[in-house]
Ligand binder design. Structure first.
Ligand code: FES
Length: 273
């Protein structure tokens, strides 16, 4: 069993949770994920590791209440435990060899963008973080992202924080101003990552995206997480979750992600009743 040792709400739908997981904490690297199961009959869900402490043996995850399992997870409190917490899974993000990076997070994607920015910052890379949210009430991790970046730009779709615009608008503005990024990392909804890739392709900047398809086993056995990259079939759980954004078939990824939408909606509604 894996004990919850800390929990804080980031906004109405997002929660930061820390669990005792010393073996994972010892090995995990930025970009990797875990698969958890609340109890024996629970669904397995993948979540990217948001933070960890090797000495103290804890691992943090950030999740958004979007379905039955995340709603149930959110109902657990400090001191309670979950059944399974398996990892680290996936390949770590390759962060070495860059000088100037832009890390872009869209909404809940900032939960993954933050550890990536932190890891780059810790190895001496100049990092700009561009974070996008629908409105100011759902902004998360602003202080944390500020601490690990040279420049933080928080954008809102409705301009309610005084910075109206999509992350792509700010990215293009920075590139026009002469920001000489040799790496862009984009994490968020698929349409956002696709839009970022359209910009960076024009400017010829290497772009890594983190894909979050449906996963079941997380070990390359079930094929549930397959994505097309550079015309080849890849498994996000073992070949990713990071991929060259300019090679990803976003249309197919979006189609596959919506396959179980109806069932997911029904399960979430049943849980609320
Ligand atoms: Fe089963 Fe990736 S989750 S192959």
């Amino acid at each position: 069993m894996f004990k919850i040792i800390d929990k804080k709400r980031l906004n109405d739908s997002m929660t930061w949770m820390t669990l005792e997981a010393p073996l994972i904490a010892k090995k995990v690297k930025p970009g990797q994920f875990i698969i958890l199961r609340i109890d024996e009959k629970g669904e397995r869900i993948p979540l990217t590791v948001a933070d960890f402490d090797r000495e103290k043996g804890w691992v943090s995850i950030i999740f958004q209440k979007v379905g039955k399992t995340t709603m149930r997870l959110d109902e657990l409190e400090v001191g309670q435990s979950i059944q399974d917490f398996v990892g680290p899974l996936g390949r770590p993000t390759e962060l070495e060899g860059y000088h100037r990076a832009a890390v872009i997070g869209g909404g809940a994607g900032c939960a993954i963008a933050y550890p990536q920015a932190k890891a780059l910052h810790n190895i001496g890379v100049d990092v700009d973080v561009i974070a996008g949210f629908r409105n100011k009430d759902i902004i998360i991790l602003e202080d944390e992202m500020d601490q690990v970046s040279n420049n933080l730009y928080v954008m809102t779709d409705d301009g309610s924080n005084g910075n109206k615009g999509f992350v792509t608008v700010k990215l293009e503005e920075r590139l026009k101003e002469g920001a000489d990024y040799d790496l862009v990392i984009a994490i968020g909804p698929l349409p956002m990552m696709r839009a970022v890739c359209e910009v960076t392709k024009k400017w010829n900047v290497k772009t890594i995206v983190s894909l979050n398809p449906i996963m079941i086993d997380g070990t390359g056995m079930c094929g549930g997480c397959r994505v097309k990259v550079g015309g080849e079939m890849k498994f996000a759980c073992v070949d990713g979750p990071d991929f060259d954004g300019h090679q990803v078939d976003f249309e197919e990824a979006m189609r596959r992600l919506s396959i179980y939408k109806d069932q997911e909606k029904r399960a979430a509604e049943d849980h609320k009743c």
